[in-house]
Design a binder for this molecule. Structure first.
Ligand code: PSU
Ligand code: MN
Length: 300
């Protein structure tokens, strides 16, 4: 396993000194945001993690090598290069064996973080059960990964491009606890309330770390969702964003967009329809998640 992995200098040092680490994903860089905001956000996230006492490990595969911790140049490369693969569990072996590049989704980041013993991971939103999944079978591999890989994911909930209720049902079936960070409401990414409840509210990083430690000490393998709502000053108007999402989904249907292309397509259309407002909200919530993840990593 070790022969596939390259650690950045910063991460290597942190492991040697037993410092807390926070994993960060790279699909958000290659497929989730436009250039150059993607690079700026990735670098800002790393800084927020450092400022809050932990060490960032942004994860990707470059030329067939698993990278735990990326240099600025590597982040630029993922942000700019054409044809970077959006890589989930199924893609990892082929990407490595064929010396390709892969940006890590939530599922892939969890797998690689776990290989390196990193237990906390910050991102924007996780994948989930798509609307109309009863016909398309489109359920993100992120959910299965949460069911089996022992990494906690700090996110701002689930976007209503997905079926939030079905996503929560699916996570319940897989035994994945949903912890609300200082909230009892499950957030909906651009807004702080999806209308659904979390399983347990935690009152801070210490409380969250206690539950994580207990789960894994009991041998209850699998992930945890730590739902951290977008800060209220950046929260979007619910009715407005719902109508935008509806429009974006009908554009996707019209164009016949399917499979792994659907999430990036919807993110981009939502950004265009909102004239960038959704992107600003997205950036703010990711930074906020990086902060909370660093605080929990320090407690763990
Ligand atoms: N949600 C976002 N931004 C993203 C993604 C989700 O707001 O960039 C990415 C994540 O990497 C997530 C992936 O793991 O999309 C899920 O894709 P799919 O639905 O195809 O599994
Ligand atoms: Mn899918």
């Amino acid at each position: 396993m070790k022969k596939f992995i390259d650690y950045s200098e910063e991460v290597k040092k942190a492991i040697g000194m037993n410092k807390p680490l926070v994993a960060l994903e790279s699909t958000i860089i290659s497929h989730g945001m436009p250039y150059p905001k993607n690079v700026e956000t990735a670098l800002m996230c790393e800084d927020v993690v450092r400022k809050n006492g932990a060490v960032p490990a942004t994860i990707a595969i470059i030329k067939g090598r698993i990278k735990i911790g990326l240099t600025h140049e590597e982040i630029e490369y993922l942000a700019n290069a054409k044809g970077i693969l959006k890589m989930s569990r199924r893609d990892i072996p082929a990407v490595i064996a064929q010396n390709q590049d892969g940006a890590a989704t939530v599922a892939a980041t969890m797998i690689i973080a776990n290989l390196a013993g990193i237990k906390i991971f910050a991102t924007g939103g996780i994948g989930g059960v798509h609307r109309n999944a009863q016909n398309t079978f489109d359920i993100s591999a992120d959910l299965q990964e949460l069911g089996k890989t022992s990494v906690a994911v700090v996110c701002a909930g689930v976007k209503s491009i997905l079926d939030i209720g079905l996503t929560l049902e699916y996570l319940e079936t897989l035994g994945v606890p949903i912890l609300g960070y200082k909230t009892e409401k499950f957030p909906a990414f651009y807004t702080d309330d999806s209308g659904y409840k979390v399983d347990y509210q935690v009152n801070g990083a210490v409380h969250a770390a206690q539950i994580l430690r207990t789960k894994w000490e009991l041998g209850l393998n699998g992930g945890v969702v730590i739902a951290n709502p977008i800060p209220s000053e950046y929260s979007m108007d619910k009715e407005y964003i719902d109508s935008v999402i509806k429009k974006a989904i009908s554009q996707a249907e019209l164009k016949g967009i399917k499979g792994k292309e659907i999430t990036p397509f919807l993110l981009e259309s939502i950004k265009d329809i909102t004239k960038g407002e959704s992107l600003s909200a997205n950036i703010e919530l990711v930074l906020n998640n990086a902060k909370v993840a660093a605080m929990i990593a320090c407690e763990l």
